[in-house]
Design a protein around this ligand. Structure first.
Ligand code: PLP
Ligand code: TYF
Length: 394
C-alpha cells in the first residue's frame, strides 16, 4: 500500500536541529529550534515545575482517565491567565490540549464545523506549522502582509488594508504576542486598530498565544487578547504551556472558545469535546497537573513568575547586547530593530546565501529565512555572531 505514497516534506526546523547535532565543530552555535536555553545552552526544568512534580508524586492517588475536556481547574486557570476576567465566565469554555499545537487543532476543527466556508488568514511570514495544520483540517488559507525585512518592523498599514477587506467567512490568525518568526509585534495602539477593523468587518479572530510572558511581561503580553475580548463577541484562543512553563515534551495547552452567550459557548464546547473524543479521547495529564499545582498555589506561582521573568529579561538583555555589538562593529543602525523586537525570535532579513555562509564558515545555525533564537545567545556567542554578521554583510 505504501508504495503509492509520495515523500512528505520534513519540518525544516527539526531538519536544522538534526544538522546542528551532526556538526562536529567546536564552538558551534545553535540559533535554530525555538526552545529556551540558558547561558550554558541547556533547557532546564523550572524549579517551580520540579516542586510541583514532587508534590504530585507524593500525593497522586490515581492514573485513571482525566476526562475528554481534561482538568477543569487547569482549564479555568489557563483561561484566567490569558483573559483575566475580560469576558464573563459563562461565555468562556476551555478544553485541555496536547500542547499549543493540539489546542490549535481543536480550534481549527471547531471553526470548520462552525463555518464550512471559513478561510484562515495567516501572517506573512508565520510559524511554518500554521499552513500545514489548516490544510490538514481541509480549510483554505491565505496570507496578510505582516513584516518588512528592510526595516524589521510590522507593515502595519498594509496589514490593516488587507484586514479591512475581509468579511464574515474570514478567520484572522493573530499571534497574541512574541511573533514567530519575526519578533515584530503590534503595539497596543495597533491592536486597538486591528480590533476596530474586526468589529467593522465581522471577520473572526483566532489568537495563537504560545509565548505569554516571553515579551514584555505576563500581563503586558495579554494586552491584545484582553482588549479584543472586551469588544468582539466571539473568538478563539490557543494557549501553550510549552515555553512559559518549559513543559515542551509534556504537551500542555488549552483551547479556549468564547461565545456571544452561554448557549453558544456550550455548543462550541460540545463540538470541541466531540473532536477530541474521536481523535485521541483524552489529553495527557501530567503537564496540565503541574501547571494546575503551580497556578493554584501562591508560593509556587510567585516562584514560577520570577523564574519566567528572569528568562524574559535575559532575552531582552541578549537583544540589546546583540544590537550594540553589531552597531559597534559596523558603525550602522541596520540591526537596531533586534532590540525593539520581543519574544524568543528575530528575523534578521539576511539572504539565504548569507545564512548558508554563516553555517558553513562559522558553524552558526539559524533558520533559512534568517530567524534566530535569541535565547541561544550569551556573552561570547553574541560577539561571534556580530563578527560573523558584519563580515558577511559588509
Ligand atoms: N504556535 C506558535 C506560534 C509556536 O511557535 C508554537 C511552537 O512552539 C506553537 C504554536 C505550539 O507549540 P507547542 O505545541 O509545543 O505547545
Ligand atoms: O518555531 C519553533 O521553533 C518552535 C518549536 O513543528 C517548533 O515553535 C518547531 C516546529 C514545530 C513545532 C514546534
Amino acid at each position: 500500500m505504501f508504495e503509492s505514497l509520495t515523500p512528505a516534506p520534513q519540518d525544516k526546523i527539526f531538519a536544522l536541529m538534526a544538522a546542528y547535532q551532526a556538526d562536529n565543530r567546536d564552538g558551534k552555535i545553535d540559533l535554530g529550534i525555538g526552545v529556551y536555553k540558558d547561558d550554558e545552552g541547556n533547557t532546564p526544568v523550572m524549579t517551580a515545575v520540579k516542586k510541583a512534580e514532587e508534590r504530585l508524586l507524593a500525593t497522586a492517588k490515581t492514573k485513571s482517565y482525566v476526562g475528554v475536556a481534561g482538568d477543569k481547574t487547569f482549564n479555568k486557570l489557563m483561561i484566567d491567565l490569558a483573559l483575566d476576567g475580560a469576558v464573563p465566565d459563562d461565555r468562556v469554555r476551555g478544553v485541555q490540549a496536547p500542547g499549543g499545537t493540539g489546542a490549535l487543532w481543536i480550534i481549527l476543527m471547531l471553526i470548520q464545523r462552525s463555518n464550512p466556508d471559513a478561510k484562515i488568514w495567516i501572517s506573512d511570514p508565520s510559524w511554518p506549522n500554521h499552513v500545514p495544520m489548516v490544510e490538514q483540517v481541509g480549510m483554505p488559507s491565505a496570507s496578510y502582509p505582516y513584516f518588512d525585512p528592510e526595516t524589521g518592523k510590522v507593515r502595519f498599514e498594509d496589514m490593516l488594508a488587507t484586514l479591512d477587506g475581509l468579511g464574515k467567512n474570514d478567520v484572522v490568525l493573530l499571534h497574541g504576542c512574541c511573533h514567530n518568526p519575526t519578533g515584530a509585534n503590534l503595539s497596543p495602539e495597533q491592536w486597538d486598530r486591528v480590533i476596530e477593523s474586526l468589529e467593522r468587518t465581522g471577520a473572526f479572530p483566532l489568537i495563537d498565544m504560545a509565548y505569554q510572558g516571553f515579551g514584555d511581561g505576563l500581563e503586558e503580553d495579554a494586552y491584545g487578547v484582553r482588549a479584543l475580548a472586551r469588544k468582539i463577541p466571539e473568538f478563539v484562543v490557543a494557549t501553550s504551556c510549552s515555553k512559559n512553563f518549559g513543559l515542551y515534551r509534556d504537551r500542555a495547552g488549552c483551547a479556549i472558545a468564547v461565545g456571544r452567550d452561554a448557549k453558544a459557548a456550550d455548543l462550541a464546547n460540545a463540538q470541541m469535546m466531540s473532536c477530541v473524543r474521536a481523535a485521541y479521547s483524552q489529553p495527557p495529564a501530567h503537564g496540565a497537573e503541574v501547571v494546575r499545582e503551580i497556578l493554584s498555589d501562591d508560593a509556587l506561582r510567585a516562584e514560577w513568575k520570577s523564574e519566567l521573568e528572569a528568562m524574559r529579561t535575559r532575552m531582552v538583555a541578549n537583544r540589546l547586547a546583540l544590537a550594540e555589538a553589531i552597531r559597534a562593529r559596523s558603525n550602522s543602525s541596520d540591526f537596531d530593530f533586534v532590540s525593539e523586537h520581543r519574544g524568543m525570535f528575530s528575523l534578521l532579513g539576511l539572504p539565504t546565501a548569507t545564512v548558508d555562509q554563516l553555517k558553513d564558515k562559522n558553524a552558526i545555525y539559524m533558520l533559512d529565512d534568517s530567524r534566530i533564537n535569541i535565547a541561544g545567545l550569551s556573552g561570547e556567542r553574541i560577539e561571534r555572531l556580530a563578527d560573523a554578521i558584519v563580515a558577511a554583510t559588509r
